[in-house]
Ligand binder design. Structure first.
Ligand code: GSH
Length: 223
């Protein structure tokens, strides 16, 4: 039996969506973030030493990292569904986007989250203006230009077929859903980028996505 160790409001939502698309049987163990720190509870470290979500178990196997999990699920229990045919250009594109989602798209979004919080955090009155000035400069000088660079690139890429790795939904789209949802929540993505916006509207209307949301619980994005 596949078990998903699911943290509320997290990347783990993508794994539930994939499992629903593949119509596989699975169970969920729910974990709640600490309301103050937003960190996962200690109990998750009993499953994997890093204590991050998602983690799945399947028989003897324990697997972390969303990209590795979605590849495993689509290849093995999924029997190759939601994967482009081996040896095709689409397969290589799919691999590219699976890695890009966590390796390139998420870092500036995580930095945005951290520096937004630094800007808003209470600080002694005499350091507050300095802290806010540094946070604001890092955001305007580095983070926001990087976010724009990525979003402009992604808007152009989606113009090709509406999906990231060819004419059909694949694990590339499932991996890219999280950075795009994070960008819509805090990274400046809006309907002014119509291809990305249509992508989000399309995935949000899929029955499997909606079933995954119902099972995963309320979903706002934190890293
Ligand atoms: N690159 C990892 C990132 C895992 C990760 O950072 N997960 C977050 C949830 S979105 C988490 O567990 N945060 C809580 C914590 O760090 O305690 C993946 O894709 O699985």
């Amino acid at each position: 039996m596949i078990t998903v160790h699911h943290l509320n409001n997290s990347r783990s939502q993508r794994v539930l969506w994939l499992l629903e698309e593949l119509e596989l049987t699975y169970e969920i163990v729910h974990y709640q973030r600490n309301a103050a720190t937003m960190l996962a509870p200690q109990a998750l470290r009993a499953v994997h030493p890093l204590g991050k979500s998602p983690v799945i178990t399947d028989g003897e196997l324990t697997l972390a990292e969303t990209g590795a999990i979605v590849e495993y699920l689509a290849k093995h229990p999924g029997g190759g569904r939601l994967l482009p045919a081996p040896g095709t250009p689409e397969q290589l594109r799919c691999t590219y986007w699976v890695h890009y989602a966590e390796g390139s798209a998420m870092p500036p979004l995580l930095l945005k989250l951290v520096f937004d919080r630094i800007e808003k955090q209470p600080a002694p009155f005499f350091v507050r203006p300095i802290v806010r000035m540094i946070a604001s400069r890092v955001k305007s000088g580095f983070i926001e230009p990087q976010l724009k660079l990525h979003l402009d690139y992604l808007e152009g890429e989606l113009a090709k077929s509406g999906w990231f790795a060819g004419p059909d939904l694949s694990i590339a789209d499932i991996m890219m859903s999280f950075p795009l949802e994070a960008a819509a929540s805090r990274g400046g993505l809006d309907a002014g980028r119509p291809n990305l916006w249509r992508f989000l509207e399309t995935i949000h209307a899929r029955p499997a996505y909606r079933r995954a949301l119902a099972k995963g619980g309320p979903y706002e994005i934190f890293s």
